[in-house]
Design a protein around this ligand. Structure first.
Ligand code: URA
Length: 247
């Protein structure tokens, strides 16, 4: 459900945003812990209009209301955290405020990075936007810095660009990818699709082994150097538009 542009009960809104059950919200109201424009809210069923004005005015236990639905986050994924319950290890969601795990609509990662891959990861609760970003038709370029166990052998650029490389147990060739070496054992790889362990398997096809993989950009959106591993920030619409620009 969308939490924007229609009037709804405050307790329902806050429950959908992970602040607790409606009973929990009623308790917070009774404690005077929810304020609107600095004035205590006295009714849990107060009708509110989710939007920027509410965002500015509402505080829960002295803290500004969380972002409403339609949020997009940029996370610098650290090593060892996972994007999926299927893998063992802490989930990327554990890096965000605990109550965000209970949001409805839920936050999802935009595609996945392997547990051992670091760097730019987007999360959103906007399902339509998520689909636009991962759609093969959009073909959004994702650039990774790749570090290898052995020196490059000089065939990488041409083979990856050829659109003929067939990975083991697959039936269609990979789309052309761009590789730009920046050292004897490293370089920047841009992919326009996202097959399982794709970057690692591309180098494995040449007898090499990826020892570090770091996503630096998606479309025209780059991971800022100022965002430390494990840190995240909310994206505005200009940043989101950058994902769809070529970069
Ligand atoms: N390619 C991989 O092999 N792993 C990732 O996490 C992303 C691209």
């Amino acid at each position: 459900m969308s939490l924007k542009n229609s009037t709804m009960r405050l307790d329902k809104l806050l429950a959908h945003m992970g602040y607790g059950s409606r009973r929990d919200i009623a308790r917070l109201v009774a404690l005077g812990a929810i304020t609107l424009d600095g004035v205590d809210v006295t009714q849990a069923d107060l009708k509110v209009e989710p939007g920027p004005a509410l965002q500015e005015a509402l505080e829960i236990e002295g803290e500004r209301l969380d972002p409403l639905s339609g949020m997009v986050l940029l996370l610098n994924k650290p090593l060892g955290v996972t994007c999926s319950h299927k893998e063992v290890g802490p989930l990327v969601m554990s890096l965000l405020p605990e109550r965000w795990r209970h949001r409805d609509p839920a936050l999802s990662t935009v595609g996945r990075l392997d547990k051992e891959t670091t760097g730019l990861l987007l999360l959103t609760d906007d399902g339509a936007l998520l689909h636009r970003m991962i759609s093969p038709r959009a073909g959004i370029g994702k650039t990774y810095h790749v570090t290898l166990a052995r020196p490059l052998d000089g065939r990488e650029q041409a083979l990856f660009a050829s659109g003929t490389l067939m990975l083991e147990s697959e039936t269609t060739a990979l789309k052309p990818a761009h590789f730009e070496p920046d050292g004897a054992q490293s370089g920047h790889l841009t992919l326009h699709e996202g097959r399982y362990h794709q970057a690692r398997r591309m180098f494995a096809a040449l007898g090499n082994h990826v020892t570090a993989l770091h996503r630096r950009s998606m479309g025209g959106l780059e991971l800022p150097d100022s965002l430390a591993a494990g840190a995240w920030r909310l994206l505005g619409s200009d940043d989101v538009a950058r994902v769809f620009s070529k970069g």
